[in-house]
Design a protein around this ligand. Structure first.
Ligand code: HEM
Length: 478
C-alpha cells in the first residue's frame, strides 16, 4: 500500500470530494490539493521528439564474444565474456507520439551502453544508409515527410517532390519501398550505426568502423495490406510485441558485427567512406563478430524511462570516436541541443540518462539541478586546488584534414545510382515486384510529373527498376 500525500508531503485527506462551502456551495481556494492536482496535470506533457517521436524501449546486456582489442581500446570490448548494461529505444520516424507502429518508414535503433568509462550512445537506424549526406537538408526532409502546413495531412506530393529532387536519396528510398520498409516488429529487423565512426586501439592507431546489429530473430516484414489490417485493430503492435516477448522471457537478441577500415585506406578507397548514402560492400570489408546484445527487462515507467531517454551521437568513450562524415558532425550538435529544449539543461541527471560510472562535469546550476551541484568545489579551472583536472591521456591522435573552405557541392560528379542499382539486382523477382508495387502505392498519390521524375531516377539505377515502377503505376491507374 502507498499513502497519498501532496508534493510537499502533507497527507491528502480526501481525494474524492473537493472542499466546498456547504454541500451545494462553490469550491474553496484553500483546497490546495485540488489546485496542485490540476496545475500539475496541465503541465504533464513535454515536447515530443521532433522526429522519432513514437518509440518503445527495453533494458538489456551486451556480452563480448570475440576479441577486437587490436582495433579498439574501449573497455566495453576489453575481454571476451565481459557484460555491459544498456537501454535500447526503437522508433518510427515520421509519425507523432500517438502514431500507429505498423507504418512504412525507417525505424530508429538507439542504444545507450552504460560503460565503465561513461555512456556510449549508438544512435542508429534499421538501414545502413540515409536519405541525405548534407545536414543542411535534414529539417527539409522532416518538413517533406511530416504534415502539410495547409491540409494538416501527410502529403505524398511533398514527400516525393523532395525525395525525387535529391539523387542521393534513391538508395534509402529503395530500401524503404522494399519489403524491409515495413518490419513486422522491432525484434525482426537489423540495426546499423549507418555512419562511419572511428576506433582507436591501445597504440592510438585509428580505424574507420561501421556497426551492424544482426537480428537473431531473423527479418520479417509486413505487406502494405497486412499492415492496413493490423493497424485497424492494433495501433501499438510493435510496442506490444516487444513488451510481451520480454515479459514472456523470450529475450530478443542481436549479433554486433563491425566492418573495419585502416585509417589510410580512406584516401584511396573507390568510395568516399564518409558518404552516408553508401554502404561498404562486405567483400571489401567483411563483417567481424564482436558480441551479442540481449534485451531482457521492460521499463517500469514509460515516461520516466523512455520518454525522458536522451541519446546523442556525441556520447562516445575512449577508443570509439567520430569521423569526418558531415551528417555525423551535425548530429554531434543537434541532439544535445534538442534535449536542452525538450528535457532541460540538466537532462543528463535524469536517472535513465546518467552514467552508471563515477562522473564529474564542471557544469553548474540551471533549471532542475537535482544533485549537490558540485557542493563547495571551485567552479574554475585552472586552479591550485586540484579540482576539475583535464585528462590529456585520452587525447586522440591528430587527424589530417585538407582543402579550402567552401560550400562544396557533393552532387557534382558523384554516383548515386550504382548502389541502389546493385541492391535492386540483388533482389529476387518477387522482391522486385513488391518494390514496384509498394512504390506505386506510395508515389501514386503524387502528381504525374513527380512520378515520372522518380521513374527516371530508378531507370538510372537500373532500366528494369524504372520500367517496373512505371508498369505498376500504369496498372494502378486502370
Ligand atoms: C532523433 C537530429 C540524422 C537516428 C533525433 C532528434 C534530433 C535529430 C534533433 C531528436 C532528439 C531528441 O529529442 O532526443 C538529426 C539530425 C540529423 C539526423 C540533425 C542529420 C543531420 C539521423 C541519422 C540517424 C538518426 C542519420 C540514424 C543513422 C535518430 C534516432 C533518433 C533520432 C534513432 C531517436 C533517438 C531516440 O530513440 O530517442 N535526430 N538526426 N538521425 N535520430 Fe536523428
Amino acid at each position: 500500500m502507498t499513502k497519498l500525500t501532496t508534493a510537499a508531503g502533507a497527507p491528502v485527506v480526501d481525494n474524492q470530494n473537493t472542499q466546498t462551502a456547504g454541500p451545494r456551495g462553490p469550491v474553496l481556494l484553500q483546497d490546495v490539493w485540488h489546485l496542485e492536482k490540476l496545475a500539475h496535470f496541465a503541465r504533464e506533457v513535454i515536447p515530443e521528439r521532433r522526429m522519432h517521436a513514437k518509440g518503445s524501449a527495453a533494458y538489456g546486456t551486451f556480452t563480448v564474444t570475440h576479441d577486437i582489442t587490436k582495433y579498439t581500446k574501449a573497455k566495453i570490448f576489453s575481454q571476451v565474456g565481459k557484460k555491459t548494461d544498456l537501454v535500447l529505444r526503437f522508433s518510427t520516424v515520421a509519425g507523432e507520439r500517438g502514431a500507429a507502429d505498423a507504418e512504412r518508414d525507417i525505424r530508429g535503433f538507439a542504444v545507450k551502453f552504460y560503460t565503465e568509462e561513461g555512456n556510449w550512445d549508438m544512435v542508429g537506424n534499421n538501414t545502413p544508409v540515409f536519405f541525405l549526406r548534407d545536414p543542411l537538408k535534414f529539417p527539409d526532409l522532416n518538413r517533406a515527410v511530416k504534415r502539410d502546413p495547409r491540409t494538416n495531412l501527410r502529403s505524398a506530393e511533398n514527400n516525393w517532390d523532395f525525395w525525387t529532387l535529391l539523387p542521393e536519396a534513391l538508395h534509402q528510398v529503395t530500401i524503404v519501398m522494399s519489403d524491409r520498409g515495413l518490419p513486422r516488429s522491432y525484434r525482426h529487423m537489423h540495426g546499423f550505426g549507418s555512419h562511419t565512426f572511428s576506433f582507436l586501439n591501445a597504440k592510438n592507431e585509428r580505424f574507420w568502423v561501421k556497426f551492424h546489429f544482426v537480428s537473431q530473430q531473423g527479418i520479417e516484414n509486413l505487406s502494405d495490406a497486412d499492415a492496413a489490417a493490423l493497424v485497424g485493430n492494433d495501433r501499438e503492435s510493435h510496442q506490444a510485441d516487444l513488451l510481451n516477448a520480454i515479459d514472456n522471457k523470450d529475450f530478443p537478441r542481436w549479433n554486433l558485427k563491425v566492418q573495419v577500415m585502416p585509417e589510410k585506406d580512406a584516401a584511396t578507397y573507390h568510395l568516399n567512406p564518409f558518404d552516408l548514402t553508401k554502404v561498404w560492400p562486405h567483400k571489401d570489408y567483411p563483417l567481424i563478430d564482436v558480441g551479442v546484445l540481449e534485451l531482457n527487462r521492460n521499463p517500469e515507467n514509460y515516461f520516466a524511462e523512455v520518454e525522458q531517454l536522451a541519446f546523442s551521437p556525441a556520447n562516445v568513450v575512449p577508443g570509439i570516436s567520430f569521423s569526418p562524415d558531415k551528417m555525423l558532425q551535425s548530429r554531434l550538435f543537434s541532439y544535445g541541443d534538442a534535449q536542452r529544449y525538450r528535457l532541460g539543461v540538466n537532462h543528463h541527471q535524469i536517472p535513465v540518462n546518467a552514467p552508471k560510472c563515477p562522473f564529474h562535469t564542471s557544469h553548474r546550476d540551471g533549471s532542475m539541478r537535482v544533485d549537490n551541484n558540485n557542493g563547495s568545489e571551485v567552479g574554475y579551472e585552472p586552479n591550485s586546488k586540484g579540482a576539475l583536472q583535464e585528462q590529456p591521456d585520452f587525447a586522440e591522435p591528430p587527424l589530417s584534414i585538407e582543402g579550402a573552405a567552401a560550400h562544396w557541392n557533393h552532387r557534382v560528379d558523384e554516383d548515386y545510382y550504382s548502389q541502389p542499382g546493385n541492391l535492386f539486382r540483388l533482389m529476387t523477382p518477387e522482391k522486385q515486384q513488391l518494390l514496384f508495387e509498394n512504390t506505386a502505392r506510395a508515389v501514386g498519390g503524387a502528381s504525374k510529373a513527380i512520378q515520372e521524375r522518380h521513374i527516371a531516377n530508378c531507370s538510372k539505377a537500373d532500366p528494369a527498376y524504372g520500367a517496373g515502377v512505371a508498369k505498376a503505376l500504369a496498372a494502378r491507374a486502370k
